[in-house]
Design a protein around this ligand. Structure first.
Ligand code: 26V
Length: 812
């Protein structure tokens, strides 16, 4: 691979010169933040000519551009990843040491932009990386939130949310592009015009907002492709600023206007935000869609205008793919239609054909409460012209439907866009798209069979599966240097380019030298994590214990509760029977709960309460310990995955669309302890039954219990000794010392009948855990299992996922 620097000397010279010109200081005088910012600038600067070259190729070869619309991109720190991708990691590392600092020192100063909630946002970031690797002209389109997702602190066991001011020191990777700003209008009146036969509509008045883009480079591995992520910020339109009010001394009103407008790009919405402030969310959705589409139009017209000045619209679906990540960008369909008809003067049928051939949609959840809808009144008031287009799409859909399936009112009721005073965004997304995909095999099957069965009956050809993937370069290459170099020493570094190469590790299944070296690498990673945990929480973990890890957002269906029940049960057994010696284990949790999700926050509090009791009881703390790592983020995730030995993937079957931490942990050699849910099913197939520990209800069994008979009390009464005891301890003061008892959790289980089947799966879970731990004594056998996981994890590379999207959906 070509390195962007010809030598260490070359790097040092360029870097030094840039510090002088950008910071205005000698390198020696600059502080770490200035050094880091300049290093990022230097990498971005060296990558820009590649982007320019790519653009020329796209034009010459008439390549299709893919626009990935997502309200979330959890990109994480970029420096080390980009150095790896540009082949400059070793050069820069060596150069910095010669200059008297280290890459680690500078990288530690890099911010971790929290522009996403969890899996969905991180997936979008992995996709950007893979599109660039695959040489696809693929661009992210998102929002530049002034504040990222809250930072999580734990105080007396409780989650406390703190503002994430990620831009406080500036963000070195972004470039503001005011010349590409787009004006977006909210509200206003639609006015009908007529001249002879011709009639058209314009939007008059309303609130005008300026969307200003910031571009972040996306550097592909191999240094051949540099794409960009464009994120939009809302600003007031200058001339709309009420200067009269300002001159009359009404300063407050004049500046309130600025605040109102800027509010649009101030906060990232959590998954479960209630009604409060939701109007702002719809504004965000329209702002980034309208601005993104306007940007696409400019580029398309620049590149596809004929000599006579006419635009070659027929080529649009061959040059442009618009992918919508969940329903948040659902307005792409109506907005593109609006621009093509209202602004470009195309007829409806031509424009509609362009829309449906360009737009595609991914569904990320089966949770009914997550299916996005908007009250028609709110929607129409905020987006009057767009609403007319949604009505027209819906009217034509109904008309065509009645012609073809006249008597099937049941189907129409579930598939129409406007229903019961609501705009149904999933239905809008599906109707505007030529492709609808789920994110793991079983998830797509559930969509086809249950959640979207009516659409599936009507248009089965639209449906397809794209099992999620992850960036191996970031989550194995960058995150786990010791294991990476062991792997590379065995099979070369081709796996960074093509993760399926990892399969060649099969040759080492019975190689004692390799297997023992795996132990050394794991130990190093466990020590690194233990040091971080001691630093952030004070909890001291014994690195000879098994590291059992569950790290992900907190949600009832992910069942962190089941995991902590297992710990409570182990603790009870240790106390009751001094002869009981479980395999020593450290239980590591991390993850945020949405600010208003009370149950999830109670589970966090319970975990910390259990940690407080268990860790401080000398009868138990030699054998088991619990650590809750605060503020789970891309950066500390990169410390946690490499140290894990057991990967907890224990969602109620049928609920987790895919999961992606399961893949990151598998790649790093952790053994999955999981239900047959989401991508776990495919992980089990890839790893082989002997290299994974499956337990619990299946999707069909869960379905049967939901439709049949289930009584939580029966399960409780059937196991008073262990399960019953744990349930009672929620409210008997055992864990009340830190911050009180846990009656809400008790209530959800025993009085709301345990909707997530925690009680039902308890016994099979603790038995499966015990069985898995029993295998830890034979270290070589364990490492062979771990190696089989790494060796068979290549399928879960997001490079593979993106190749499938490219082939089946985007046709690039
Ligand atoms: C939605 C809602 C809505 C209201 C209640 C709380 C709640 C919690 C979660 C969600 C899910 C939103 C969509 C999402 O983030 N899905 C995740 O997408 C990942 C990438 O495809 C996938 O791996 C996860 O399984 C899936 O949950």
């Amino acid at each position: 691979m070509e390195n962007i620097f010809t030598s260490t000397e070359d790097f040092k010279r360029k870097y030094r010169r840039m510090v002088e010109s950008e910071v205005g200081k000698d390198f020696e005088e600059a502080d770490d933040n200035e050094r880091l910012a300049t290093l990022c600038n230097l990498v971005a600067f060296r990558s820009r000519p590649i982007h320019v070259k790519n653009d020329a190729e796209i034009l010459a070869e008439k390549k299709k551009r893919v626009y990935y619309f997502s309200l979330e991109f959890l990109i994480g720190p970029l420096l080390e990843n980009y150095l790896l991708n540009l082949g400059a990691l070793d050069t820069v590392r060596a150069g910095l040491i010669e200059m008297g600092t280290t890459l680690e020192t500078l990288a530690a100063c890099e911010v971790d932009p929290g522009l996403g909630n969890g899996g969905l946002g991180r997936l979008a970031a992995c996709f950007l990386d893979s599109m660039a690797h695959e040489g696809i002209a693929g661009y992210g389109n998102g929002m530049r939130y002034r504040y990222g997702l809250f930072k999580q602190q734990i105080v007396d066991g409780r989650q406390v949310e703190v503002t994430d001011n990620w831009l406080a020191k500036g963000y070195p990777w972004e470039v503001r592009r005011p010349e590409s700003a787009v004006e977006v209008t909210f509200g206003g009146d639609v006015v009908r015009h007529q001249e002879g036969d011709r009639c058209w509509f314009t939007l008059e008045g309303g609130e005008r907002v300026k969307a200003v883009p910031y571009d972040i480079p996306v550097v592909g591995y191999g240094g051949k492709t540099v794409n960009k992520l464009r994120i939009w910020s809302a600003e007031p339109v200058e001339e709309a600023f009420d200067l009269d009010a300002f001159n009359d001394g009404a300063y407050a009103e004049a500046s309130k206007f600025r605040t109102d407008v800027e509010a649009i790009s101030t906060i990232l919405y959590p998954n479960d935000a209630g009604e409060h402030g939701r109007i702002l969310r719809l504004k965000q959705e329209y702002l980034f869609v309208a601005a993104g589409i306007a940007s696409i139009m400019r580029t398309f017209k620049r590149e596809n205008t004929n000599a006579d000045g006419t635009v070659n619209w027929a080529a649009f679906p061959d040059r442009v793919a618009i992918h919508t990540n969940d329903t948040h960008p659902a307005l792409c369909g109506p907005e593109l239609l609006r621009v093509l008809v209202d602004e470009e003067g195309l007829d409806y049928d031509t424009a509609w054909d362009i829309v449906t051939r360009s737009v595609s949609y991914t569904n990320h959840t089966v949770l009914p409460e997550a299916l996005e809808t908007w009250p028609i009144d709110t929607f129409r008031r905020l987006l009057p012209r767009i609403y007319m287009w949604v009505e027209e799409i819906d009217r034509r859909y109904r008309e065509e439907f009645t012609q073809e399936h006249g008597d099937r009112m049941d189907l129409l009721r579930d598939t129409a866009i406007l229903w019961d005073g609501k705009v149904r965004m999933a239905n809008l997304s599906i109707i505007c798209s030529h492709s609808v995909n789920g994110v793991a095999k079983i998830h797509t099957e559930i969509l086809e069979r249950e959640v979207l069965k009516d659409f599936y009956q009507l248009t089965p050809e639209k449906f397809n599966n794209k099992t999620n993937g992850i960036s191996f370069r970031r989550f194995l290459g960058n995150a786990n240097p010791s294991y990476s170099s062991l792997i590379t020493s065995a099979i070369g570094d081709g796996w960074l380019d093509d993760a399926s190469e990892l399969r060649r590790l099969e040759a080492f299944y019975n190689d004692p030298v390799f297997l023992d070296a795996m132990s050394a690498s794991k130990l190093e990673n466990k020590q690194r994590l233990a040091a971080y945990i001691k630093d952030t929480t004070g909890v001291v973990l014994d690195t000879n214990t098994i590291f059992d890890v569950q790290v992900k957002r907190f949600h009832a269906y992910k069942r962190q509760l089941l995991n902590i029940f297992k710990v409570m049960d182990l603790y009870n057994r240790i106390i009751a029977d001094p002869g009981f010696r479980p395999v020593p284990t450290s239980f590591i949790f991390a993850g945020k709960a949405a600010q208003s999700y009370v149950f999830a926050k109670e589970v966090i509090r319970l975990i910390n309460a259990v940690a407080d009791v268990v860790n401080n009881d000398p009868r138990a703390s030699e054998l088991i310990k619990v650590a809750f790592v605060p503020n789970f983020s891309v950066s500390n995730a990169e410390l946690i995955y490499p140290a894990a030995e057991i990967s907890e993937q224990i969602s109620t079957a049928g609920m987790e669309a895919s999961g992606t931490s399961n893949m990151k942990l598998m790649a790093n050699g952790a053994i999955t302890l999981g239900t047959l849910d989401g991508a776990n099913v495919e992980i089990a197939q890839m790893a082989g039954a002997e290299n994974i520990q499956i337990f619990g209800l299946t999707v069909d069994e869960v379905e049967a219990l939901k439709n049949g008979y289930y009584l939580a009390w029966d399960v409780y009464n059937g196991d008073r000794e262990r399960l019953g005891r744990v349930v009672d301890q929620l409210v008997d003061g055992t864990y009340a010392r830190l911050s009180g008892d846990f009656s809400m959790i008790h209530d959800v289980l025993m009085h709301q009948n345990d909707a997530d089947f925690v009680l039902k799966d308890f016994r099979s879970y603790v038995d499966a855990f015990e069985c898995l731990c029993g295998k830890y004594a034979d270290k070589r056998a364990w490492n062979r299992m771990a190696l089989a996981n790494t060796a068979n994890s290549g399928f879960f590379s997001s490079d593979r996922t993106i190749r499938e999207y490219a082939e089946d959906i985007w046709h690039v």
